[in-house]
Design a protein around this ligand. Structure first.
Ligand SMILES: C[S@@+](CC[C@H](N)C(=O)[O-])C[C@H]1O[C@@H](n2cnc3c(N)ncnc32)[C@H](O)[C@@H]1O
Length: 258
């Protein structure tokens, strides 16, 4: 299942995702001629940075959210294309030198299929570089959202709810990559815990993207109350004496080649 996001709001609320992504892009040491696929490109900011680095290459960004792709399209140019596409449906064949993904693949449940499709999309000698959420990520948000879903006022909306995220441990994911048959694989964890400067910054991140898969299940009449509960409890749980708000961000990093 995929979700709709507000690409413009996300663009303003995604400082930390952009920081992680810029670090990942710098590590790629691109030569300028590569063909690059960005899985879950969101508002396209990082995809555009990739395109800047491959003036003689080509970059395609895919995302399932029309709202995200609408925001991304404004950045498209000769060597940069954006497509509305579910990652689970991609069927590229030997088309890319690099498959890149930042802050997205915890939304994809079956990584056995994902890695098979990525392997097929890569040319001989191609490589992948992912960073996504792993075990222990967003522990405060998890605690509060579980609490909210169990409240009498909202519980009926979540009776058949399945968590939209896959956040494995390093060991678990290492086994998945090993089974994929990709070469030169490295999987490592990263503690990227951080402080939001104030409650407003954290609330923007709660709104886009974190709350989206939960709020969509609640009736319009009760959406406001649900959001208000989550925001209030998150501030209670995470705000420090100096006004900043703390959250755990635990990442899985993956590198592999064909
Ligand atoms: C947190 S955003 C990351 C966006 C961008 N990579 C960045 O780092 O700013 C996650 C993105 O993954 C996209 N996404 C989630 N599941 C997807 C799927 N199955 N297929 C395509 N895109 C998906 C969402 O629409 C969203 O734009």
């Amino acid at each position: 299942m995929t979700h709709e996001f507000d690409g413009k709001k996300y663009e303003r609320a995604s400082t930390h995702q952009k920081e992680w992504g810029a670090k990942l892009i710098a590590e790629l040491s691109l030569q300028g001629t590569e063909r690059v696929l960005d899985l879950g490109c969101g508002d396209g900011t990082l995809t555009a940075q990739l395109a800047d680095l491959v003036p003689s290459g080509e970059v395609i960004g895919i995302d399932a959210s029309h709202g995200m792709i609408d925001a991304a399209q404004r950045k498209s140019r000769r060597n940069l294309t954006f497509l509305v596409m579910d990652i689970n449906d991609m069927d590229f064949v030997e088309q890319f030198d690099v498959v890149f993904s930042n802050a997205t693949l915890h939304w994809v449940k079956d990584h056995g299929i994902l890695l098979r499709n990525v392997n097929r999309a890569l040319c001989v000698g191609g490589r992948l570089r992912f960073n996504f959420a792993g075990e222990g990520n967003c522990s405060h948000f998890y605690k509060v959202i579980r609490e909210a879903m169990l409240l009498e006022a909202f519980a009926d909306y979540f009776s058949e709810f399945v968590c939209p995220w896959y956040m494995p441990s390093v060991d678990e994911y290492s086994a998945v990559v090993k089974a994929s048959g990709l070469g030169g694989a490295r999987v490592w964890g990263e503690n990227a815990d951080r402080f939001f400067q104030n409650a407003e910054q954290m609330t923007n991140w709660i709104d886009q993207p974190s709350l989206v898969p939960f709020l969509v299940r609640v009736s319009d009449r009760k959406k406001g109350a649900f959001r208000e509960y989550v925001v209030r409890r998150m501030i209670e749980e995470t705000q420090q004496a100096d006004g900043r708000c703390f959250e755990t961000f635990r990442r899985i990093n993956v590198y592999a080649s064909t």
